[in-house]
Design a protein around this ligand. Structure first.
Ligand code: ZN
Length: 308
């Protein structure tokens, strides 16, 4: 479906179902969320790519993949202990979606794993921009930026993979890492591969599922809380609009077909930060400055959730 309106148009009540759920959920917590979106829109104007210098902030886009990281069975990154900050004692697991090397291991990642409701591929390669910037590089970069932000607040942070594996992990293991860590919050970072013209972010919430080894009944509500806070803060910090192609403008979508959510026993959401196949969204996703904003928005949502 096509997107007819100008990009980053300020929120308009008639076309913004986002207002209702987010305002209801977030008004007391982040009253500036939607205002921030409007202010950004007015200041930036349509089509502002938010900067195009990939190296403007933080790590280079090539990512700090260790040249010696060839052991697919290595354990995920070790949490760095922290000593102070408002999130001291809190554990956050960040799941960078896919793996830059998955395409070299199609047999392994196509292996089916049990996700409770059914069996599904261990992992997928993910998408890329039309110019070849891989989703897996994007997710790892945002995850590393997010880790730094959360650690600076005192949280203990663990990544499900840190460029240190030859493929995967499989989606069931990704879920297990959060569960085993007894994480207070888990966020899986992604970018979508939808049709050109489809723009914006959306947060994916776990449906209440009880099938086989999947039981999300206890985490559905807290995960929704986590997701609503992340969506509100993502709007405010990045200025990006909620998806124009899924979620009816709320920026929130509930799914029961994702193993990473179905198998989680701790509050968890996915975020699709934008559409890599849309050139305007791709201009944002390939910008280091924008990825820092994305990490900041997600971080603030997590902090809000953890502090209650
Ligand atoms: Zn993905």
């Amino acid at each position: 479906m096509s997107y007819l309106g100008p990009e980053f148009e300020p929120a308009q009540p008639r076309r913004s179902p986002l207002r209702r759920p987010l305002v209801v959920a977030l008004a007391a917590l982040v009253p500036g969320a939607l205002l921030g979106w409007g202010v950004y829109a007015a200041a930036a104007g349509p089509g502002d790519p938010g900067g195009s210098d990939r190296a403007a902030v933080g790590t280079p886009t090539s990512g700090p993949v260790s040249p010696t990281a060839t052991d697919g069975e290595k354990s995920p990154s070790t949490p760095v202990p922290t000593t102070s900050g408002p999130l001291q004692g809190k554990v956050v697991v960040i799941d960078p979606g896919h793996n830059p090397n998955n395409f070299r291991h199609t047999a392994e990642i196509n292996r089916k794993v049990d996700i409770g409701t059914n069996r599904k591929e261990c992992d997928t390669t993910g998408t890329s921009t039309n110019s070849g910037y891989a989703e897996a590089k994007f997710t790892l970069d945002v995850a590393q930026r997010l880790r730094a932000l959360l650690q600076s607040q005192g949280a203990t942070v663990k990544l499900t993979q840190d460029g240190d594996r030859s493929y995967g992990p499989c989606v069931d293991e990704r879920a297990r890492i959060g569960n085993t860590a007894h994480a207070d919050a888990v966020v899986s970072i992604h970018a979508d591969g939808s049709a050109a013209g489809n723009r914006g972010f959306h947060v994916i919430l776990p449906a209440s599922v009880h099938a086989g080894s999947a039981d999300t009944r206890a985490i559905a509500a807290p995960s929704r809380d986590l997701g609503e806070r992340i969506a509100g803060d993502f709007v405010r910090v990045t200025g990006s609009a909620p998806s124009n192609y899924i979620g009816d403008g709320t920026g929130l979508v509930t799914r029961k077909d994702l193993g990473g959510l179905n198998l989680s026993t701790v509050p968890k959401v996915f975020i699709e930060c934008g559409n890599m196949r849309d050139t305007k969204d791709a201009a944002l996703l390939t910008s280091g400055a924008w990825r820092q904003k994305a990490a900041q928005g997600i971080s603030e949502g997590i902090v809000s959730f953890l502090r209650g």
